[in-house]
Design a protein around this ligand. Structure first.
Ligand code: LUZ
Ligand code: MOS
Length: 755
C-alpha cells in the first residue's frame, strides 16, 4: 500500500499551511530579530516602522497581555526579548501590515541599540563559566574506578559532533483566524498542536479552550517543529488577539535558517577500558551539549544521550555525565535521534581509538561487546532481545563482509590515491518518550451512515506516512477497503492534550488508540448484527465488508449493518485513549524501564576516498533492520533510506559554523549549507527482519517504530571513510570530529606532513 499523499504531492495538490486561502482582512506578520548574539537592549525604536505604509501595529514585549514565557520544561524563554538579547535571530518585535512586502519593509525601519556583550559559542567555554541550563546529570552502574584499574588497556580522548539544520521543505508557518467571543483558530506547521495551544493561552492570558489548533500536514519536520513551531504560531495568535484580524506568518528560508535552533553540537571527553581480548570493562564519558541560549528541549535531549551512552554494547561499569551548556546560539532542539546519535558517535569513536591503540580490529571490539539478552543497561532496564547480535551476524552474511574486506585490501594495495573503506555500525535505540507521561495518545473515530469512516488522532502527518498506517489498521479492524477510511486533520478540539508527534512513537500510540476506538464500535456493530441475524454475537465477525458467522458469509453487508445500527439508535462514534504499558523511571536513582522496547539493526558501509582531492563517495550501505512485523514495507523503506541519508549527511558534508567573535551563523543559506542529494546517495540494500515478538498492545500490530533508529546507521559513513584514510596513511591519528568534510579529510591526511 502506498503513502496516500504521494499522488497529491507529485501533482502539487497537497495543501500546506501557506497554501490555505486567507480570509479577507488578513494581516501579514514579519519579525524583527536581534542582529547580535548577546547584549543589553539600550533603545528600541519602532516609530518609523509604525508610520510606514500599510503597517497596522508593531508588537513588542510590553504589549503581551499574559506571560512573556514560552518555556515548556524550564521557564527561561521569552516570546519577545525584553532588556537583553541572547542569540542572533532572537525575536524582538512583530510587525503587522496589510501586505507581506509592507511588513518586511517596515522591519528594516526598526532600530535597536545594543550594548554588546561577549557571546559564548563553545559549550566547553560555557562549562568553564559554570553556565548550565540545569545541574549536570549522571547515569552510572558498577564501579568504574576499580574496573579501570583492572583493565589491560585504557584509552582516553576527546571528540566532537556538529549541529545539523533540519531543512524541512516547508518553513515555519502559521495562519491565525479570530473567532467569536475572543476565540482563535490557529493553523500551524507544528508537531505539537497542544503545545501551541497551551503556550498561546499562557501568552494571551486566556483559557486553553478558547484556542483551537489545526494541522493538516507538514512539509517535513524532523524534530524542528516539536518545540520551535510554537513561537511563530504564538506571535501570529498575539497579533490576532491584539488587532482582531487574521494574521499569517511564514518564515523565509533565510529567516528559518538563522532564527531557529538545530541539532545540538556536542563536545566529548571519554575514557574506555578493555581487557586483553578487547572486552570493554569500563566506560566514562562526559557530554558537553551546546544547548543554545534557552532550554527548549535540551534537557530531554541530554537525557536521551545518557540513555544511549553505551550504544549497542554491554558495559558493566559506566559513568556518563551530561552538561546542558548555555551558549549564545539559537536554542538547539529536537532532531531525529534526539541526543541518541551523539551518544552513539562518541561510543564508536572511543572503540575506534581503542582499536587503533591496541591493534585489536575495530569490528572485533564491536562484535564481542554487543548486547546479549539478559544484559542490563546502566539505567537498570534489561535488554531482552537478541537483535544486536543477530543483526550483526546477518549483516556480515548479507553484505559478505569477509569477501569485501579481502577485495578492499587487494584494491587498496594496487591503488595509490583512491582507497576503499568499510565499517560496521550497530544501532540499538530505545522507543518511548523518556518523559514517561508523554507516552499517551487518543483517537476519535466516527462511522458515518454510508459506512465511511472518519478518524481523528493526535498524530501529525509530516510526510512519514503515519496517516496511511492508521488508515491501514482501521480498515483491517472493520475489514473494509482502505478507501472507505479517512484521517482528518489533527485538531485540538477533536483530540485534546496530545503529545508531540515525536520519539518515533506516533504510529504506535495513536494507531493503538484508533484501534481501541474501532474495536469499541465493532463490538456495538456485532451486537446489532447478532440481534438482526438472531445468532450468538461471539460467532460473528467482520470480513470483506460483510458480517460472517463463523466461516460463512451472511447476507448482511458492512453498509447495511451500519445503517441498521444507526436506525436502532446505536452510537457509531468512539473515543479511546492509549498509554504505553509497563514503563516507569525514577529520576532520583536514575533507574527504571523507560522504554517499551528497543529497535536494533546493523549497517555495513562501503566508501571510496580520493586521498589526493579529499573527496569521497559512499558506495553502498547494506542494512539488516529488526523492525518487528512489517505493517507497510514501502513506508518502512522510505523511512530507512531517508533517515540513513540524513545520518550520513550529519557525519560527512553538513557543516554548521558560527563566527566565534559575534556568534553569527556562517552557513546561513543553501549556498553554504550542503545536504546530500540523490547523486550523493549510496546504493542501499535493506533486509527487514522481524526479530523479537512484541507483547500485545506494544508497537502497532507487532510492528516497531521506525522514524529515528535508522538515522544512526549513517554514523558508519564516518568510520568507513576513516578506514579508507588509514589505508592511505597507516600512521594517521584521528581527532574524531564530525562532520568529516573533504577539507577536514585532507587536513587530517596531511597533518604532520613534512614534505
Ligand atoms: N521528544 C521528546 C523526543 O519530547 N522526548 C523524547 O524522548 C524524544 N525522543 C525522541 C524524539 N523526540
Ligand atoms: Mo522528534 S526528534 O521531534 O521525534
Amino acid at each position: 500500500m502506498k503513502h496516500f499523499d504521494a499522488k497529491l504531492h507529485v501533482k502539487g495538490k497537497s495543501v500546506f499551511t501557506a497554501d490555505i486561502p486567507v480570509p479577507e482582512g488578513t494581516l501579514y506578520a514579519a519579525v524583527f530579530v536581534s542582529p547580535c548574539a548577546h547584549g543589553n537592549i539600550l533603545e528600541l525604536d519602532t516609530a518609523k516602522a509604525l508610520a510606514s505604509p500599510g503597517v497596522v501595529r508593531v508588537v513588542t514585549a510590553e504589549q503581551i497581555p499574559g506571560e512573556n514565557e514560552i518555556g515548556n520544561i524550564v521557564m527561561d524563554e521569552p516570546l519577545l526579548a525584553e532588556n537583553t538579547v541572547h542569540f542572533t535571530g532572537e525575536p524582538v518585535a512583530v510587525v503587522l501590515a496589510e501586505t507581506r512586502l509592507q511588513a518586511y519593509n517596515a522591519v528594516k525601519l526598526i532600530s535597536m541599540t545594543v550594548q554588546e556583550l561577549h557571546p559564548v559559542t563553545d559549550p566547553r567555554e560555557a562549562a568553564r563559566l559554570g553556565d548550565f541550563i540545569v545541574p549536570p546529570r549522571t547515569f552510572s552502574c558498577g564501579d568504574t574506578k576499580k574496573a579501570f584499574d583492572e583493565c589491560s588497556y585504557v584509552v582516553e580522548g576527546t571528540a566532537e559532533s556538529g549541529g545539523q539544520e533540519h531543512l524541512y521543505l516547508e518553513t515555519q508557518s502559521t495562519l491565525c483566524v479570530p473567532q467569536e467571543g475572543g476565540a482563535l483558530h490557529i493553523t500551524s506547521s507544528t508537531q505539537s498542536p497542544s503545545y501551541v495551544q497551551k503556550i498561546a493561552a499562557r501568552v494571551l492570558g486566556i483559557p486553553i479552550h478558547l484556542i483551537q489548533v489545526d494541522v493538516l500536514r507538514l512539509g517535513g519536520a524532523f524534530g524542528g517543529k516539536e518545540d520551535q513551531a510554537t513561537p511563530w504560531a504564538v506571535m501570529a495568535a498575539l497579533g490576532s488577539h491584539l488587532t482582531g484580524r487574521p494574521v499569517k506568518l511564514v518564515l523565509t528560508r533565510h529567516e528559518d535558517l538563522v532564527n531557529t535552533g538545530k541539532r545540538h553540537p556536542y563536545s566529548y571527553d571519554y575514557k574506555i577500558g578493555l581487557d586483553s581480548q578487547g572486552k570493554i570493562l569500563a566506560w566514562k564519558v562526559d557530554y558537553y551539549q551546546n544547548s543554545g541560549a534557552v532550554s527548549d528541549l535540551s534537557t530531554a535531549i541530554l537525557e536521551r544521550s545518557l540513555f544511549h551512552s553505551t550504544g549497542s554494547y554491554f558495559i558493566p561499569n559506566v559513568v556518563a555525565t551530561g552538561y546542558c551548556c548555555r551558549t549564545n546560539l539559537a536554542p538547539n532542539t529536537a532532531f531525529r535521534g534526539f541526543g541518541g546519535p551523539q551518544a552513539m558517535f562518541v561510543m564508536e569513536a572511543a572503540i575506534h581509538k581503542a582499536a587503533m591503540e591496541t591493534g585489536i580490529p575495530v569490528e572485533t571490539i564491536q562484535r564481542i561487546n554487543l548486547l546479549k539478552p539478559g544484559n542490563t543497561f546502566p539505567y537498570g532496564m534489561e535488554y531482552t532481545a537478541n537483535e544486536a547480535r543477530s543483526s550483526w551476524k546477518l549483516a556480515e552474511r548479507f553484505a559478505k563482509t569477509d569477501q569485501k574486506r579481502s577485495a578492499i585490501i587487494e584494491f587498496n594495495s594496487s591503488s595509490r590515491y583512491m582507497k576503499k573503506g568499510i565499517s560496521m555500525m550497530p544501532v540499538c535505540f530505545g522507543i518511548s518518550f523518556t518523559t514517561t507521561f508523554l507516552n499517551q495518545a487518543s483517537a476519535l473515530v466516527h462511522v458515518y451512515t454510508d459506512g465511511s469512516v472518519g478518524i481523528s488522532t493526535g498524530a501529525v502527518e509530516m510526510g512519514q506516512g503515519v496517516n496511511s498506517r492508521i488508515r491501514q489498521v482501521v480498515s483491517e479492524v472493520f475489514s473494509i477497503p482502505v478507501e472507505q477510511t479517512r484521517v482528518e486533520s489533527t485538531n485540538t478540539s477533536r483530540t485534546a492534550n496530545t503529545s508531540p508527534t515525536a520519539a518515533s512513537s506516533a504510529a504506535d500510540m495513536n494507531g493503538n488508540a484508533a484501534l481501541a476506538a474501532c474495536r469499541e464500535i465493532k463490538g456495538r456493530l456485532l451486537k446489532t448484527a447478532a440481534a438482526e441475524l438472531g445468532c450468538a454475537q461471539d460467532k460473528l465477525n467482520l470480513r470483506n465488508s460483510s458480517v460472517w458467522n463463523g466461516t460463512t458469509r451472511t447476507d448482511l453487508t458492512w453498509n447495511q449493518l451500519v445503517t441498521k445500527a444507526y436506525m436502532s439508535r446505536t452510537d457509531l462514534s468512539s473515543h479511546a485513549h492509549y498509554a504505553t504499558p509497563g514503563i516507569y523511571f525514577d529520576k532520583t536513582t536514575e533507574k527504571g524501564k523507560p522504554f517499551a522496547y528497543h529497535v536494533a539493526g546493523t549497517a555495513v558501509t562501503e566508501v571510496t576516498v580520493d586521498c589526493l582531492l579529499g573527496t569521497y563517495r559512499i558506495d553502498r550501505v547494506s542494512i539488516v533492520h529488526h523492525g518487528g512485523k512489517q505493517l507497510n514495507s514501502l513506508l518502512d523503506r522510505g523511512q530507512v533510506e531517508g533517515a540513513l541519508l540524513q545520518g550520513i549527511g550529519w557525519v560527512t558534508m553538513e557543516q554548521l559554523d558560527w563566527n566565534t567573535e559575534n556568534g553569527r551563523l556562517l552557513a546561513d543559506s543553501l549556498a553554504t549549507y550542503k545536504v546530500p542529494d540523490i547523486n550523493f546517495a549510496p546504493d542501499v540494500d535493506i533486509v527487514f527482519a522481524e526479530g523479537e515478538v512484541l507483547p500485545d498492545g506494544v508497537g502497532l500490530k507487532g510492528s516497531k517504530a521506525i522514524g529515528e533508529p535508522p538515522f544512526m546507521y549513517g554514523i558508519g559513513a564516518w568510520f568507513a571513510i576513516a578506514s579508507a584514510m588509514k589505508s592511505y596513511r597507516p600512521d594517521i591519528s584521528f581527532d574524531y570530529v564530525a562532520p568529516m568534510t573533504p577539507e577536514r579529510l585532507l587536513m587530517t591526511l596531511t597533518a604532520g606532513n613534512k614534505s
